[in-house]
Ligand binder design. Structure first.
Ligand code: AMP
Length: 369
């Protein structure tokens, strides 16, 4: 497509590079295709969910500079669907084309100490926390923060991996060893345990010109530390929902995100909202928006990184999204018969316990006509 008013926009017909080949990349590539874009996936195996449906793929390691340069030469803009893409990989691509969200945003989001510090500097509450780099420092931090508390690795933790609960009887030496924290994870972080009522998330999109659009706060319920269900909307008072949207938008603007920022938060019985973590990419808790939103988070990401106007973030109807984890995927035979259920399977050939194989979004009452 061509036009005089294109400015710095990346127009339909252009190629979006996506680092990572998982389901988040697959759903981004499907949304991009709907708007006439092509996607080039950089991942490690041709069988990965995004690689299966993309226009082009590069199969290489994230530190393969020749492959990164060839990838960058083929695309107009890059984004990522996987949290732990090395910053050096992103910086290499950014020498050739825009990378959204930028490597500096990723550097904050990949590090639990930096993300919590950043939030606190904006006046946004988190659990109390301390950096710890040894069992002795952990013992001191437990004295300061108190129990119960949670020890996490600073980097590379997800779905509860690298987390150890601390109570009054915990031996700091054993907890430090159990957490796996060390130089390879940039150490550990001890957080005060938050006695929350519910966990919510808000996903905000932002363009380079500063336009933002926040999705409704949703409630996330976990099973075995993995997201099980997302309930849309979260049943919280309007004032709490406004506070959560405001927090997520301020973080998105403060970080200078171009693309999406997902913000996970705890809500306490008193109505306090504390940030747990941020992810500058599409988020599992936003899958509902494909079927129940007026614009999906994936389309919103494409619009944001390409400089198009953002879509309407409101919902068509309430919804419940359920992840199909491991053997849950076998229920697809029933789900596909349910007219209120929208089934998404990710094309993964091997079912493993804890592996996200697909999801179902159940559509609820029509909202707003
Ligand atoms: P995370 O990897 O930080 O998202 O933590 C995974 C899950 O552990 C969260 O979704 C919470 O259910 C729980 N969790 C993490 N940090 C805390 C905390 N400081 N207080 C209470 N629960 C927590």
């Amino acid at each position: 497509m061509s036009g005089d008013d294109s400015g710095a926009r990346i127009l339909p017909g252009a190629t979006i590079g996506i680092l990572g080949g998982g389901q988040l990349g697959r759903m981004t590539a499907l949304a991009a295709a709907n708007l006439g874009y092509r996607c080039h996936i950089f991942c490690q195996s041709a069988d990965e969910p995004a690689a299966q449906i993309a226009a082009r793929t590069t199969l290489a390691a994230f530190d393969d500079n020749a492959a990164l340069d060839a990838f960058a030469a083929d695309i107009d803009v890059a984004t990522l669907e996987f949290e732990n893409v090395p910053i050096t990989t992103l910086e290499r691509i950014a020498e050739h084309v825009p990378v959204h969200p930028s490597p500096s945003v990723q550097a904050v989001a990949q590090n639990r100490l930096r993300e919590k510090t950043f939030a606190n500097e904006l006046g946004i509450a988190t659990a109390p926390f301390r950096a710890v780099t040894s069992a002795a420092e952990l013992a001191d931090a437990i004295t300061e923060i108190g129990t119960p508390s949670v020890l996490k690795t600073v980097r590379f933790g997800y779905d509860g991996k690298g987390q150890v609960g601390i109570d009054a009887n915990t031996d700091p030496e054993a907890a430090w060893a159990d957490s796996g924290a060390g130089p390879a994870t940039d150490g550990g972080i001890l957080e005060g345990f938050v006695d929350f009522d519910l966990e919510i998330s808000v996903i905000v999109a932002r363009t380079a010109s500063g336009e933002t659009a926040a999705f409704v706060p949703v409630e996330n319920r976990h099973r075995n530390h993995i997201l099980d269900e997302t309930i849309v909307p979260a049943s919280i008072p309007d004032a709490t929902a406004d506070k959560a949207r405001d927090i997520a938008t301020r973080l998105c603007e403060g970080l200078g995100v171009v693309g999406l920022l997902a913000v996970e938060m705890f809500v306490t019985a008193e109505g306090d909202v504390l940030v747990n973590e941020v992810a500058p990419r599409p988020h599992n808790s936003g899958h509902w928006s494909i079927d129940a939103g007026r614009t999906s988070q994936y389309e919103q990401l494409v619009r944001a990184i390409c400089g198009l106007p953002l879509g309407d973030p409101t919902r068509r109807c309430d919804a419940v999204m359920k992840n199909l984890i491991g053997d849950d995927v076998e229920t697809w035979r029933d789900e596909i018969k349910d007219p209120q259920a929208r089934l998404h399977l990710y094309g993964k050939t091997e079912t493993r316990p804890g592996r996200k194989m697909g999801h179902v979004t159940r559509l609820g009452a029509v909202f707003g006509g």
